[in-house]
Write a protein that binds this ligand. Structure first.
Ligand code: MD3
Ligand code: FE
Length: 227
């Protein structure tokens, strides 16, 4: 682990009240990043039902990287576009490659949550057309990467964490930049755009545990304007 990492703990707390009028940005996280602690808690049950329906229609699967390695995170999508990976590369596609049918539509409860979180963070006009669903079982991780497969890099990314907690790694514009560790818990929403849109980021291997509502894994939903 990189010796320059630090733990941010509770900094970045924005609170549950969407009516609060102070800005959601936290200087400790850098520009154009907002961590909305517990933002999705009130709707967690409805969100989880919607996610279950998506997973039933387009099951989670562990994709191959272009380099031929199997990812440890299991993925699926909803919305007009879905992110996928295989030996030919990373890309967004209109159909689930597993069944050649369109991805399930983005449930309104999910889309609404993403749009409200973006607004709360100061991004108006966010129109997500892709929602990537990541499931982390114990030991699953995501190595440091940038998200740059989306056509509109001016739009933010909204990320929702559910279930077991994880440690998020937040880096800089270069892979070699120092990273900070950020704990992400059930119901937290992270919104990310502008000058931070292309920062490197990752997730440390998930620790085993039990979440009373979600079970023995972590779910992460990322909403993007991809096409
Ligand atoms: C920072 N997922 O799906 S979400 C991903 O927890 C991804 O599953 C992680 O990184 C997860 O690509 C982290 C937070 C996140 C999402 C998108 C970003 C942070 C981001 C895009 C740009 C910069
Ligand atoms: Fe990412």
């Amino acid at each position: 682990m990189n010796g320059e990492q630090q733990t941010l703990g509770l900094v970045g707390l924005v609170g549950l009240d969407e009516g609060m009028d102070e800005p959601a940005m936290d200087p400790e996280l850098g520009p154009d990043v907002a961590l909305l602690r517990g933002f999705a808690l009130a709707e967690a049950a409805a969100i989880l039902r919607a996610v279950d329906a998506v997973i039933t229609a387009s099951p989670l699967r562990k994709l191959l990287t272009p380099g031929g390695r199997r990812m440890s995170v299991a993925m699926t999508n909803c919305g007009r576009l879905g992110w996928t990976s295989d030996r030919r590369g990373y890309r967004y596609v209109q159909r689930d490659p597993a069944g050649e049918r369109p991805w399930p539509a983005m449930p309104v409860v999910l889309r609404d949550l993403a749009v409200r979180a973006a607004l709360r963070a100061g991004f108006s006009g966010f129109t997500p057309d892709a929602c990537l669903i990541n499931r982390y079982d114990p030991g699953a991780r995501m190595s440091l990467h940038q998200d740059r497969d989306e056509r509109d890099l001016g739009a933010p990314v909204v990320s929702l964490s559910l279930g077991l907690p994880a440690t998020f790694l937040l880096g800089g514009a270069e892979r070699s930049d120092a990273t900070v560790r950020l704990p992400l818990r059930h119901g937290d929403v992270l919104v990310w755009g502008g000058r931070s849109r292309l920062r490197f980021h990752g997730v440390l291997p998930l620790k085993a545990g039990h979440h009373p509502i979600v079970g023995d894994h972590r779910l992460n939903l990322t909403f993007r304007s991809a096409g």
